[in-house]
Design a protein around this ligand. Structure first.
Ligand code: E4P
Length: 217
């Protein structure tokens, strides 16, 4: 499973990218607003740092306006994936941009039917938001499973990009189901390294090393 990092914070992307943990980046209008940066500038900076796909989201609601925004975003770099919402206008925009050879990430997906439409419209990525489904007591992981089944049944090449990831467990669950990509905030990717038995075992090893006076360099 590929790891995308879900942030527009340059320092945090760099830290994970230097460790080889970043296969791509996703942003959205809320993350851009939080960064306080200009969307075109910060997206360009991310594209220069990361070689994989970098999702940048349109803010228009009508198909013609979305298309104009998508074409402008696509000019930033070759690794841009234009992010469009899963609305009828978004699907139209997805089809046109995909036909033009631009990667498209269809976002705000909450049902298997929506994912089926995005694949038919030629999406490169479909982003089911699992955390936001869990927030309203629906099963986000079940949606990932359903989309995996449907795409495999018909050989759709659209990548399942599990989004709205809230915990380290979400990451391993998505990997078990067979999501192609999971996008997570930096703190969730870092939390994947944590285990209470690692901390406990390390404390015991360090105490023994101190007692025995072990020195290596
Ligand atoms: C994905 O592309 C979205 O930017 C993101 O995962 C949304 O996550 P949230 O539900 O935590 O805002």
């Amino acid at each position: 499973m590929k790891f995308f990092v879900d942030t527009a914070e340059i320092d945090q992307i760099k830290e994970l990218n230097d460790l080889g943990m970043v296969d791509g980046v996703t942003t959205n209008p809320s993350l851009i607003a939080k960064s306080g940066r200009d969307i075109l500038e910060v997206t360009k900076e991310i594209c220069d740092m990361v070689s994989g796909p970098v999702s940048a989201e349109v803010v228009a609601l009508e198909a013609d306006d979305m298309l104009a925004e998508g074409r402008k975003l696509a000019k930033i770099a070759d690794n841009i994936a234009v992010k469009v919402p899963l609305t009828w206008a978004g699907l139209k925009t997805c089809k046109t941009l995909s036909d033009e050879g631009t990667m498209v990430n269809v976002t705000l997906c909450f049902s298997a039917n929506q994912a089926l439409l995005a694949a038919k419209a030629g999406a490169t990525f479909i982003s089911p938001f699992i955390g936001r489904l869990d927030d309203i007591n629906l099963d986000g992981l079940e949606l990932i499973e359903d989309i995996r089944t449907i795409y495999d049944n018909y050989g759709f090449e659209t990548n399942i990009l599990a989004a709205s990831i809230r915990s380290a467990n979400h990451m391993s669950d998505c990997a078990k189901i067979g999501a192609d990509v999971a996008t997570a905030p930096p703190n969730v990717i870092k939390a994947m390294a944590n285990h209470v038995l690692t901390d406990k075992g390390l404390a015991a090893f360090m105490a023994d090393a101190r007692k025995a006076g072990i020195k290596i360099v």
